[in-house]
Design a protein around this ligand. Structure first.
Ligand code: EPZ
Length: 418
């Protein structure tokens, strides 16, 4: 089981190239099931989550090729069941629910179950698909959905923690082939949802309102193949921005989607980090002293929950008291206990991390638990004295393309060990 050995203290300087978005690629790959024609996707990052999704498409009967960031999918025929042992490997697989229902008229998809960042219900997904006319039964850990015909409807997708990203994706994909018009109120407005909408439109779907909280989808009889280039990954870019900040260095984040990073950029500037938009990317520079900050996650365009752990790591190194709350996933704080093992002064009050900065973390053996918590531990290791060993780095490989190589290229002392 691979681990990273990080010797902290190096100041990072140079240019990092931001990859295509994982969270845009995954639902777009699912959307290729909506047509029997060939789809070609560019800038797909080579991540284990992506390879899990490609395995799922192959299992369902699609022909799939993946080389040099380009994925070609041809789903001439598809099976309608997504089994537990495939879905359990990656809960985002649940976004095949909408496409399979629309394509096959029925589907059986394993319930994704929870994960370390919290309960991951799909009640809003099911509410939306039922509103489109599908009959849904939960049985033996599976969602079984059937619809002789999907019919457009007016649907509200707001839950106790705001809207749902993959729920909006599932309903939008199913509605694309429904009879009539669907209005989704309280739709997720994340850039990745908008990227999916653009891909669906390139397939012939009639969708308006992406990027807002209200989507209007006029169903069509069939969708055709399309070619699409995936947007850049705003969370990977944000993670490397924190790497520059935590080492008090300077990085140019090439291809960073600044237009999707407003709240992350504001948070960095609140901490005293310099962020300047340049031709081709974001230049992030930090020098002491940084300032403590207050953050609260929310749905887009608010501060992303996927950046919460990384900013906890930064807060640990900033003199003064910072407070970081997560209202999207209130228990997404596995990283706090590991940061405390590195000497962090941090406490959890319900869903709020209260952090008093210290001058230097101490290297220690720490355990990755989920994707973004693992990234936070790597960031902490970059600043810590001596060596930090992060184990179970397969969590990181799910969402970051060659993060160790990218960090080494800008001066980090990080090595992957078996
Ligand atoms: C997407 O997950 C992302 N994953 C997550 O990124 C991200 O953290 C999350 O959106 C929030 O931005 C992908 O895009 C593949 P949600 P998703 O449905 O769609 C509750 C990463 O690190 N909820 O928007 O599964 C839910 O419990 C991953 O890259 C319901 O109550 O998240 C949560 O509190 C982790 N009922 C909130 O809504 C539902 O039916 C947001 O969840 C669905 C969700």
């Amino acid at each position: 089981m691979d681990k990273f050995a990080i010797h902290g203290g190096n100041v990072l300087r140079g240019t990092v190239s931001v990859s295509g978005s994982k969270n845009s690629s995954l639902p777009i790959l699912a959307a290729t099931l909506l047509t029997r024609e060939r789809c070609v996707l560019h800038r797909v990052p080579d991540l284990s989550d992506i390879r899990y999704m490609l395995d799922m498409l192959r299992y369902l009967g699609a022909e799939v090729e993946f080389a040099d960031g380009t994925v070609t999918v041809e789903a001439k025929k598809v099976a309608w069941e997504a089994p537990y042992d495939l879905v359990r490997r990656m809960r985002a697989s649940v976004c095949v629910l909408g496409p399979l229902l629309a394509r096959c008229g029925r589907t059986k998809v394993s319930l994704p179950g929870g994960c370390v960042i919290g309960d991951r219900p799909i009640d809003l997904h099911l509410r939306g698909l039922e509103a489109l006319g599908s009959r849904i039964v939960l049985s033996k850990g599976y969602v079984i959905a059937e619809a002789s015909e999907l019919v457009g409807a007016r649907i509200a997708l707001r839950g106790p923690h705001g809207s749902t990203v993959l729920g909006t994706d599932n309903v939008m994909m199913a509605a694309s082939l429904a009879r009539g018009t669907t209005i989704i109120e309280d739709a997720a407005s994340e850039p990745e949802v908008a990227d999916l909408a653009r891909f669906l439109r390139s397939m012939g779907a009639r969708i308006r309102g992406e990027g807002t909280g209200r989507l209007e989808i006029e169903g069509v009889d069939a969708l055709h193949g399309a070619e699409h280039t995936v947007i850049s990954d705003r969370i990977e870019a944000g993670t490397f921005a924190v790497a520059a900040a935590i080492t008090r260095g300077e990085l140019l984040l090439a291809k960073a989607p600044a237009e999707h990073m407003g709240s992350t950029i504001s948070a960095l500037r609140e901490a005293g980090v310099s962020v300047v938009e340049e031709e081709g990317g974001l230049r992030v520079r930090a020098c002491d002293p940084l300032r403590p900050f207050q953050l609260r996650t929310s749905t887009y365009p608010g501060f992303p929950t996927d950046m919460q752990a990384q900013f906890c790591a930064l807060a640990v190194t900033v003199p003064g008291r910072s407070q970081i709350a997560d209202d999207i996933f209130p228990t997404r704080f596995m990283h706090i206990s590991e940061l405390k093992r590195m000497g962090a002064h941090a406490d959890l009050l319900a869903n709020v991390a209260v952090i008093d900065g210290i001058p230097r973390l101490s290297g220690a053996p720490v355990m990755a638990s989920d994707l973004r918590a693992s990234a936070a531990l790597v960031l902490a290791g970059l600043q810590a004295e001596n060596t930090t060993t992060v184990s179970r780095v397969y969590h990181i490989d799910r969402g970051y393309e060659q993060i160790d190589a990218k960090l080494r290229a800008v001066g980090a002392d990080i090595a992957r060990q078996p």
